[in-house]
Design a protein around this ligand. Sequence first.
Ligand SMILES: Cc1cc2nc3c(=O)[nH]c(=O)nc-3n(C[C@H](O)[C@H](O)[C@H](O)COP(=O)(O)OP(=O)(O)OC[C@H]3O[C@@H](n4cnc5c(N)ncnc54)[C@H](O)[C@@H]3O)c2cc1C
Ligand code: SF4
Length: 508
Amino acid sequence: MVNPDQSLIVILGDQVSQNISSLRQANKSCDVVFMAEVMAEATYARHHKKKFALVFSAMRHFAEELRTLGWRVDYVKLKDEGNTGSLRSEITRAQARLNITNVVITEAAEWRLQQELSIFSPIEDTRFVCSHAAFNNWAKDRKQLRMEFFYRDMRRATGLLMNGDEPEGGKWNFDSENRKPAKSGFFSRQPPRFEHDKITQDVIALVMKNFPNNFGDLEPFWFAVTAAQAEQALEHFLNYKLAHFGETQDAMVEGEYFMHHCILSPYINIGLLDPLDVCRRAEACYKNGTAPIEAVEGFIRQIIGWREYIRGIYQLKMPDYVNVNALNATRPLPDFYWTGDTKMNCVAQVVKQTKQEAYAHHIQRLMITGNFALIAGLAPQAVHEWYLSVYADAYEWVELPNTIGMALHADGGLLASKPYAASGNYINKMSNYCKGCAFDVKKRTGVDACPFNALYWDFIARHRDRFSKNPRMSQTCFTYNKFSETDRSAIEKQAQGFLNGLVSSGNY
Ligand SMILES: Cc1cc2nc3c(=O)[nH]c(=O)nc-3n(C[C@H](O)[C@H](O)[C@H](O)COP(=O)(O)OP(=O)(O)OC[C@H]3O[C@@H](n4cnc5c(N)ncnc54)[C@H](O)[C@@H]3O)c2cc1C
Ligand code: SF4
């Protein structure tokens, strides 16, 4: 007989948190927690093998953790007999199996799943610091949705780094003191690596068997898969890296994959760490004198600023946002995005690292693979599919605005006030990639000229009507306009020659 007071508490793969709103409403004495690994979620993108291992292992560990705490958990594994392959039908099947009518579920973060699960009337995900209502209220009637102003409101709302009504340290943003190139001999501690237990071993075998051809290396797999391990990773970052976070935030060094970045996004995005708690812990480091304001402010801005803002934009602009293409970019994605097989050392290094670790830091994503895609005019949807596939932290709600809006300017400047386009000069300033490259970063034309140089100016030439009206781009357009006709046609020829060369070498 159906018990009207009993609920099925559905926990999704990126909701493995005891703080998730569905669980907070639940009654341990009668409700049943339901979790399922389903093929539809495993195949909507060609996920990196390490992402599979992380999500499945974290889900299975979380189910065990809840059981230990006295919850009744109903868990369907990917290869369990009768698994229908979709979340909606697995929830319906569980309702019938357990004789439970009432379903409680926290809203999915991705649009696709929000649609699929809307019949269960999901409740809001309170792990996000900014509610839907608060973001919509902030966005309404604004001509421009700039992150910096949103961020200030988030500082006020959370009280993080606030001194009464004033920002701690006298200003909101300390970026002018951050973002230096890495000094030679730069060396950072590696993030903590966690041993495999039986659950993780089983999951690794499952991934090897079922997804052998997906992108990326499965081993060595060292991610945290429980909240306790993620807590150790957070402690490691706070103790050893936070103090230098801002200083080397934009720097890139060959062979140094992690720099002073926190490598916490995979854990925050699935619920092993709470974003606001991470920020409060960082703030405590400033208060107890172990990290300077410029580092802590820079770090907190990434989470309550960028992360929340990105999510707000996604929610506001979907479903149309996925199809925008303001710069009419149509080139297919070159194969080297998957293989790393290119003479451009910067791209080769970032793709190699991405294959190995399912991780690249923000500037590698934005200014190497993203910048190349922007200035070469690669089709935004193909680039979006790539970013959604290759990182352990990739979820459409966070990946899509970063790719379409920030990296590719395909939303026409809704998210970023200027395109993040750069020539080889920027890459040379912020990294040591050029030293080991077959191309010469100082050259704009010629067989050994750095492709980023001609592609950059050709990009400006193609879009100068649009960009000359943008105050942050007009100086660049002005510089281009002063080039002689000979220089302009040499740039165009060089850029076209490079792009055609990619086509003829079969690398498109
Ligand atoms: C093209 C592109 C695609 C991206 N795709 C993703 C993605 O799929 N998933 C994802 O979590 N991030 C994505 N980002 C944002 C950012 O690159 C990653 O959050 C960051 O590199 C994660 O590494 P970290 O944990 O070491 O972060 P740190 O550099 O140490 O930053 C601290 C934290 O701030 C947050 N953060 C920083 N920048 C951003 C941002 N722009 N948007 C949202 N959160 C941010 C993350 O939670 C991160 O853990 C993308 C950026 C670009 C340019
Ligand atoms: S020379 Fe150009 S292609 Fe080579 S690493 Fe530097 S920026 Fe990249």
